[in-house]
Design a binder for this molecule. Structure first.
Ligand code: ADP
Ligand code: ASP
Ligand code: MG
Length: 418
């Protein structure tokens, strides 16, 4: 007997029929002799709808009230799944974030889970009851409902799995695993049997939204075994215990399986960045600090940075990227600092995309970046900025060329499947 946490995403929970299929998957998992807790998302599209209501009600909405509104989508699906399980003859009940409770920080709309009281859950599961927990929500130290940021149900599931010391956390979604790139963009993408925490973390953070980034870092820290698999399966599909999806594993688990290792594990695209260039910044100590200091103080995450060759006059152009959602604030802050920084013009462009190739194989192999630059050059795709980490190379390109670039690179690194 094992203890399994099962998470179902928005597409899997969209409507009565799909919830019935989810309930059958859950019932089957319990019938295999396991203790089961389930974490659910709101129905697909519901959270967007609720966010829009908040915007319509008050453009400068209070994040605490926003959380009250947007957390409701998961309350609905957790109740519906418990009802559907009961209709199948299972013992089931919902446990809302405030009932367990799932303690979080009070950073509304982007709260972090601090602790989960798991005693009630464990008692329920040991009594044969299926616990259904709404993802995405928690309770702040001020006794108010919080949410974890978009896509946060993945993190709820991993946190519940860690608190319950579960044997596995199965993330059921609308694709049957993690692929070499988004299978909806590249038909030749290949499913990966395993991917390391580190690579998945990097892939998620550069745009593979199949898992929320924070869920991966939490799984890595807590050693939670995570499987990504499909909920769109028939009753006679292979059971989750036979690991039909993608397992997220430690480096050590992949050791000795070098055959499985590709130089590049995956490719991701992110269209949610914007490029900002400040021209004719004084080329002197402190100039760059004057630009990025105020952005850091405003919690704006700067990603790629390039400082162009200083011109004869002791001036330089500085280009960097920020999340598109922070562009307006960035512009306002830098406008206010124009005299202090001493730049000439500010030019912004949100019609850009960041394409990243990720793989631990990069550590021991040279030439990964060169292959990328050549493949893009051959298709006349212009690179506007570059950044690298130990296991990742990212380039910034025109947004219109996103799909082409991902396909070209997928082929260039030999990732294409049948
Ligand atoms: P859920 O609602 O179940 O949380 P998401 O929409 O958040 O589902 O994540 C699943 C989606 O992630 C897939 O439909 C797919 O388009 C996308 N995706 C992006 N990159 C990848 C990848 N490398 N492998 C698999 N899916 C990916
Ligand atoms: N419903 C939330 C969202 O759409 C959380 C989640 O689905 O993971 O962002
Ligand atoms: Mg998701």
């Amino acid at each position: 007997m094992a203890r399994i946490v099962m998470k179902f995403g928005g597409t899997s929970m969209a409507g009565t029929e799909r919830i019935r299929r989810v309930a059958r998957i859950v019932q089957r998992q319990q019938a295999a002799g396991h203790e089961v807790a389930v974490v659910v998302s709101a129905m697909a599209g519901e959270t967007d709808r609720l966010v829009n209501f908040c915007r319509e009600a008050n453009t400068l909405y209070d994040p605490a009230e926003y959380d009250v509104v947007v957390a409701s989508g998961e309350q609905v699906t957790s109740g519906l799944l418990a009802l559907t399980l009961q209709a199948l003859g299972c013992k089931a009940r919902s446990w809302l974030g405030w009932q367990l409770p799932i303690h979080t920080s009070d950073a509304h709309a982007k709260a972090r889970i601090l602790e989960i009281d798991s005693a009630a859950l464990i008692a329920a599961m040991q009594g044969g009851e299926i616990a259904v927990i709404p993802g995405f929500q928690g309770l702040s130290e001020h006794n108010r409902i919080t949410t974890l940021g978009r896509g946060g149900s993945d993190t709820s599931a991993v946190a519940v799995a860690a608190a319950l010391k579960a044997d596995r956390c199965d993330i059921y979604t609308d694709v049957d695993g993690v692929y070499t790139t988004d299978p909806r963009i590249v038909a030749k993408a290949r499913k990966l049997a395993r991917v390391t925490y580190e690579e998945m973390l990097e892939l998620a953070s550069v745009g593979s939204k199949v898992l929320q980034t924070r869920s991966v870092s939490l799984a890595m820290k807590e050693g939670v075994r995570v499987q990504v698999l499909s909920s769109f399966i028939d009753d006679d599909a292979p059971p989750a215990d036979s690991l039909p999806g993608t397992m997220i594993v430690s480096d050590a688990e992949l050791e000795g399986q070098e055959m499985e290792r590709q130089l590049i594990t995956g490719i991701a695209a992110d269209k949610n960045e914007a490029k900002v260039t400040l021209t004719r910044v004084p080329d002197q100590p402190g100039a760059v600090a004057a630009i990025f200091g105020p952005l850091a103080a405003a919690q704006i995450n700067v990603d790629m940075i390039i400082q162009n060759i200083a011109k004869d006059k002791g001036e330089t152009d500085v280009t960097f990227t920020v999340p598109s959602s922070d562009l307006a604030r960035t512009q306002a802050l830098l406008e206010a600092q124009k005299d202090t920084i001493g730049y000439f013009r500010m030019i912004s462009d949100s019609h850009v995309a960041k394409i990243s190739v990720v793989g631990v194989g990069m550590r021991s192999h040279a030439g990964v970046a060169a292959t990328m630059f050549k493949a893009l050059a051959d298709r006349r795709i212009n690179i506007q900025a570059i950044s690298t980490s130990e296991i990742k190379v990212s380039v910034l390109i025109d947004e219109d060329e996103t799909e082409l670039a991902v396909r070209v690179l997928h082929t260039a690194y030999g990732l294409d499947g049948e």
